[in-house]
Design a protein around this ligand. Structure first.
Ligand SMILES: Cc1cc2nc3c(=O)[nH]c(=O)nc-3n(C[C@H](O)[C@H](O)[C@H](O)COP(=O)(O)OP(=O)(O)OC[C@H]3O[C@@H](n4cnc5c(N)ncnc54)[C@H](O)[C@@H]3O)c2cc1C
Length: 379
């Protein structure tokens, strides 16, 4: 780590320790997202970490961003996933494909944390096979009219800007993945409808909603890039997004490891602390090795991104390994706590629930393996 990267990581750790960790249990219990925290993260510059300074961002490298995101997740995974989606997907997609006017209009308030961003690809019948989505955009005078339903949008109700993928091909000329556009939507637009908030197993404070478009008019100025390339832009965005989710998972795993180490030092059975038993030492050692290996893979992916190299494979490798590590390490942490680990009074119970979804969203573990295998055959 460079001194600057270390400084950013320490700042994030401090923020997580003081502002997130003390409230994580309550936010989870109440399933309430602390919108005010986004404002505070914005003041630190953490909502525009990858946005250039000319648009009010910090213009940092991916390594700094991901190390900071891990720390935020160490404090609260729900806040971290909101930060991850915002920093990795909509802002990066606008930065990569947006016009000068779109960057000026959207990136500034997003970088400052005044506008929270979301990404909407999935639909009730189009998850892993996202290119089969059916929400339809129809050409109109000066823009497009959107109709259809999207599923499970993180930040989709309380957020301000959503990049939504909709079909731009016509029913008599279907073009599959090449017939999809990406639209920059304001959530207060007429025809943007928000469904019920999902009642989830974990990351309960994070807002996940279904949304629907009813004759939602989107002016041409809010179409991202080429209107037939939206699915490709979404996949490019997901390369960044998957590194973000890897960092979120890593933060959860690190927190679980620390709790397990501390508990095994305190809890006595057979007249000795649990840590004195070799069976326990092996368990803790295996957990620590998984976490370190996961971090190494994430840093490797971040370094590739910073070097301007293609990251599809590295991002999927990091996402797969970090998220499966989070599930394994939190499972073992509950085991270390024994019966207490199963109780809501102890944080490992929440961490265990928070870990699971990282293996599902932004591409399931099966889809990551599919991507990695495909990349093995690429020249
Ligand atoms: C809390 C949460 C937040 C989310 N946030 C967002 C968001 O902000 N934006 C967004 O667009 N989406 C979001 N999603 C949706 C998420 O990306 C999808 O749930 C995910 O892509 C999987 O799709 P699916 O749930 O329809 O599962 P399915 O695609 O139906 O898959 C079901 C099972 O089949 C497996 N499977 C599917 N295809 C294959 C295959 N070819 N080979 C082997 N196995 C396969 C899957 O791996 C999985 O185990 C969110 C989901 C959740 C749970």
């Amino acid at each position: 780590m460079t001194p600057e990267q270390q400084q950013i990581r320490d700042l994030a750790r401090e923020f997580a320790r003081n502002e997130l960790r003390p409230h994580a249990e309550e936010w989870d219990r109440e399933a309430r997202f602390p919108r005010e925290v986004v404002q505070a993260l914005g003041e630190l510059g953490f909502m525009g970490m990858l946005i250039p300074e000319e648009y009010d961002g910090l213009g940092l490298d991916a390594t700094s961003y991901l190390l900071a995101l891990e720390q935020v997740a160490w404090g609260d995974a729900s806040v971290a996933v909101a930060m991850s989606v915002h920093n990795s997907l909509p802002t990066q997609m606008i930065l990569a494909q947006g016009t000068a006017e779109q960057k000026e209009r959207f990136l500034r308030p997003m970088a400052r944390g005044e506008w929270l961003g979301a990404f909407s690809l999935s639909e009730p019948d189009a998850g892993s096979d996202a290119a089969s989505l059916t929400a339809q955009a129809v050409r109109a005078d000066g823009g497009w009219v959107l109709n259809g339903a999207k599923a499970w949008v993180t930040n989709g109700g309380m957020g301000d800007v959503v990049i939504a993928m909709c079909r731009t091909d016509t029913p008599d000329d279907r073009r599959g993945a090449k017939g999809i556009g990406a639209f920059i939507l304001r959530t207060d637009a007429e025809g943007y409808l928000v469904g019920k908030k999902e009642d989830k197993m974990g990351q309960r404070a994070s807002e996940t909603v279904g949304i629907a478009f009813r004759d939602l008019f989107v002016p041409d100025g809010q179409v991202l890039g080429d209107p037939s390339m939206g699915f490709i832009y979404a996949l490019q965005g997901l390369d960044n997004g998957r590194m973000g989710i890897a960092a979120v998972a890593l933060g959860i795993a690190q927190a679980a490891l620390e709790h397990a180490v501390a508990y095994a030092g305190e809890r006595k059975q057979f007249g000795r602390p649990l840590r004195d038993f070799q069976g326990m030492q092996f368990k803790l050692a295996d957990m620590a090795v998984r976490v370190e290996a996961a971090r190494a893979l994430l840093v490797q992916a971040a370094a590739a991104k910073d070097a301007g190299e293609p990251v599809t494979r590295a991002a999927s490798v990091a996402k797969l390994f970090c998220t499966e590590t989070a599930m394994q390490v939190t499972t073992q942490a509950v085991q270390v706590f024994g019966g207490y680990g199963y109780m809501k009074e102890y944080p490992v119970e929440r961490l265990f629930r928070d870990a699971k979804v990282t293996e599902i969203y932004e591409g399931t573990s099966e889809i990551q393996r599919t991507v990695i295998a495909r990349e093995l055959y690429r020249a």
